[in-house]
Design a protein around this ligand. Structure first.
Ligand code: NAP
Length: 337
């Protein structure tokens, strides 16, 4: 098929959401594929990564990258196969992971590609989740900021999700007492049966702060926080002196502007000598290969569990993004094309 006649199905941003993106903020805009320029590759997307962070990439302000422009293809990580190449570093037939967008094909420059996928590591979907943004974030944020030591207590929010499920298992490997917070009893059960947590709590419990206290009899040394909001408010009173708080996500904050009004914690920070630090995975690209090697070894040994939640069809992508903000995903949310 000539690239000039191939129509590329694309999902573009139609309007800018204030809070959580809904399907109505996107529209289909199919276009012919452009010819490859020198250095470019044509990638056929196979699996799209659905990430809570995509909310930040379409919102107007207060983020770490420029927002997607109205009318542009929705920014997304994906795994695809190189079908044509004018770049000597990527031959036809290899699988790549990177910024490929919500579309069938991506005419990619080399700087859009995060890495070439090693098929020895497992099914291709692992490159998106457990060996992709989620596993990398879990490993690097926990180790760079959380610094868990054997015997310490680690509390994790969104514990049953793609990041949280891996954090639980790594902290348990490190010899910690690991407690998860999640949105349903079924997910809490899975945290304990599959993801390394000794205990997991449903954060809808009205006595959540007391439950956290009971679950962490020696206090909390590391809080891996993916939600902020009232879930975090239930954990902070139980932080030990010298505890580390990893601010990895803010999923429970419905709107970022104006900033939500909350308790002041400066006195706790001072008195308990807490360390509260934000983490963004894109700052850590230099450590991706060694981290994937470690996670890939555990995966092949069978000591690292993960769960993919796969939906079929490009047009499902906007619905899938909204659904993870309703907690409807069971593991890494992926769209198969
Ligand atoms: N900083 C970084 O570099 C980086 C990179 C990747 C991911 N993250 C963050 O890590 C977190 C998890 O991401 P993920 O990709 O692994 O997704 P995930 O946990 O698989 O899915 C998101 C989960 O968030 C929970 N959630 C959604 N809305 C919520 C709300 N209002 N209150 C409380 N919980 C809510 C839901 O779980 P429940 O059913 O348990 O409510 C949902 O399943 C997100 O906050 C994401 O932004 C950060």
């Amino acid at each position: 098929v000539s690239t000039t006649t191939t129509i590329n199905r694309r999902i573009v941003l139609a309007s800018r959401p204030d809070g959580i993106p809904e399907p109505g903020h996107f529209r289909r805009d199919d276009q012919p594929l452009p010819q490859l320029q020198a250095g470019q590759l044509l990638v056929r997307n196979l699996y799209l990564s659905i990430d809570p962070a995509q909310r930040g990439w379409v919102n107007a302000g207060n983020n770490y990258s420029n927002p997607v422009a109205i009318g542009d293809v929705m920014r997304s990580l994906a795994v695809g196969v190189v079908e044509q190449s004018r770049n000597d570093n990527y031959r036809v037939g290899v699988h790549v992971y990177g910024w490929l967008g919500w579309q069938d094909y991506c005419v990619a420059n080399a700087d859009s590609i995060w890495l070439t996928v090693d098929p020895q590591n497992g099914p291709l979907t692992t490159a998106l989740g457990v060996l992709g943004i989620n596993g990398l974030t879990a490993f690097l944020a926990l180790n760079e900021i959380g610094c868990p030591k054997p015997g310490e207590t680690v509390v994790v929010s969104t514990a049953a999700g793609a990041v949280g499920s891996i954090v639980g298992q790594i902290a348990r490997r490190d010899g910690c007492h690991v407690v998860g917070l999640t949105g349903s009893n079924a997910k809490a059960q899975r945290c304990v049966s599959d993801y390394g947590y000794q205990l997991a709590l449903n954060y809808h419990d009205e006595q959540l702060s007391q439950r956290v206290k009971d679950a962490c009899p020696r206090g909390v040394d590391v809080f891996f926080d993916n939600t902020s909001g009232s879930i975090a408010d239930a954990v902070w009173p139980h932080l030990n002196s010298h505890a580390r708080i990893v601010q990895c996500g803010t999923a429970a904050i419905a709107n970022w502007l104006p900033p939500p009004v909350a308790l002041r914690r400066d006195r706790d920070l001072l008195v308990k000598r807490l360390r509260h630090a934000g983490f963004v995975i894109f700052d850590h690209a230099a450590k991706f290969p060694e981290t994937i090697a470690t996670l890939g070894t555990w995966l092949r040994e069978g000591t690292l569990k993960y769960r993919d939640d796969i939906e079929v069809g490009l047009d499902r992508a906007p619905h899938a993004l909204a659904a993870i903000y309703r907690g409807e995903n069971e593991g890494k949310k992926i769209i198969m094309l």
